[in-house]
Design a protein around this ligand. Structure first.
Ligand code: T4K
Length: 398
């Protein structure tokens, strides 16, 4: 039997969900373990500056990723800024526009021009052929993003970088726990930068890490993260304060102890969404390579509206009314945000895929804060919204 709009109380009565379903609601790791570590932090009165928890977290992360060096940082944005500076990037750096704005800000903050490059529509990551076309004598590097945790075309980008003598840095904010050709993300380019922000499936409240297999670079990055101190009263390098606190590292350690559970939950949710969404017209759920390790932390739909169906923005509005806080990540693209829109006004002309994709993206809630029933209900709502598109538009007053 067909369900009617009224059955799900769309507009009018109570929303479909009593609580808000957020994209990026934090996962909570091993709570007892975390509390025990916090007690010890308080007892020992060692709160920051590369304490016991940070040292343990760095060692455990390096082992998990199979990388030689891991430097914990206070967040990925500062991590990117430090890595960019350590690699002596300057002038112009080629970067996607389809990313969280922190990727571009980390360059512009240091007076480096982000040169926005289009993505491959199949992967949503930098198109190496387009990258090549944007190289100029002022180009010093490529800052590529493993968007949604899907690895970039690593080898092709490395090849372009090598041919033009460019630094290759990866923004791996989304890609903790993912692999490429059997090797964990964290091992590619000159360095990679992870985010452990609260909204990431693996979190340390705020936090991140820079990883590299280059010992000299790691040493330099470590100095830069701590004001350039090489011991008490001995400053040997320009630096900033990029340190992770002990309590953040304790949360990271607690999250690591629940990592398998987080991934398993995300994977099950991803498959549950797939089973339902593949039946809905115009909805394409982005997939992951099953032969690789994935974190499945973003449920990303490319939605192409039918002529009489709800638009992507209308869908988001309807979902929010039901307390499903779906997101339009990363609309409208960095190049259409300030200061980039004003500084680099012509960028859009070479970003047709970015602009088209940004109009279609719909990111849905997942993680341990939602369960299988929630997902069924979100999909019921979407099904209904697509079916009743015209009627709903009337209700929206359009
Ligand atoms: N590069 C890339 C590719 C990135 O995606 C990011 C960050 C970075 C670099 C920089 O990393 P960090 O410097 O942050 O380590 C969120 C996150 O704030 C941001 O970290 C993340 N990417 C981005 C994709 O998403 P917003 O603007 O969407 O909203 P936010 O942080 O307010 O959180 C989203 C929703 O999550 C909220 O509506 C409510 C819910 N929430 C949030 C927090 C903080 C909770 O339920 N509990 C919470 O504690 O950016």
């Amino acid at each position: 039997m067909k369900r009617r709009v009224e059955d799900l109380a769309l507009f009018g009565a109570a929303p479909a969900f009593e609580r808000k379903l957020h994209v990026g609601q934090p996962n909570v790791g091993d709570r007892a373990y975390f509390m025990q570590r916090v007690e010890r932090i308080l007892d020992t009165r060692w709160f920051t500056n590369h304490g016991e928890c940070v040292r343990e977290l760095e060692a455990e992360l390096a082992a998990y990723l199979g990388v030689q060096h891991c430097i914990a940082v206070c967040n990925a944005t500062i991590g990117l800024e430090i890595a960019i500076r350590a690699l002596a990037m300057q002038g112009e750096v080629i970067v996607p526009s389809l990313t969280f704005v922190a990727t571009a800000h980390a360059l512009q903050w240091q007076q480096i021009a982000p040169v926005f490059c289009d993505v491959d529509p199949a992967t949503h990551t930098l198109d190496p052929a387009q990258v090549e076309r944007l190289v100029t004598p002022r180009t010093s590097g490529i800052l590529a993003v493993h968007l949604w945790g899907r690895p970039c075309a690593v080898e092709a980008l490395q090849e372009v970088a090598d041919r033009h003598g460019l630094q290759l840095l990866f923004d791996a904010a989304h890609a903790f726990g993912c692999s490429h050709r059997g090797r964990m993300i964290g091992n590619f380019g000159r360095a990679e930068v992870f985010s452990f922000h609260a909204t990431k499936f693996f979190n340390s409240f705020e936090g991140g890490a820079i990883t590299t297999n280059d010992g000299a670079l790691a040493q330099q990055i470590r100095l830069m993260t701590n004001f350039g101190f090489a011991g008490y009263d001995n400053v040997v390098h320009v630096g900033t304060n990029g340190k992770m606190t002990e309590v953040a590292a304790a949360m990271g350690l607690a999250s690591l102890r629940a990592l398998d559970e987080f991934v398993a939950t995300n994977r099950a949710h991803h498959h549950a969404y797939r089973r339902r969404l593949e039946r809905l017209p115009g909805m394409r759920l982005l997939g992951f390579d099953a032969a690789e390790r994935n974190n499945y932390q973003y449920v990303v739909v490319e939605y192409s509206a039918a002529a009489d169906g709800p638009t992507r923005d209308e869908l988001v509005e309807l979902l929010w009314a039901e307390n499903v806080m779906a997101r339009k990540y990363f609309w409208p693209g960095c190049h259409r945000m300030e200061p980039y829109r004003t500084l680099y006004p012509g960028s859009g002309a070479r970003l047709p895929h970015t602009e088209a994709i940004a109009e279609r993206l719909l990111v849905l809630p997942t993680g341990t804060g939602v369960d299988a029933q929630d997902i069924e209900r979100v999909c019921d709502l979407l099904e209904l919204m697509l079916r009743e598109g015209a009627a709903l538009r009337e209700r929206l007053g359009r």
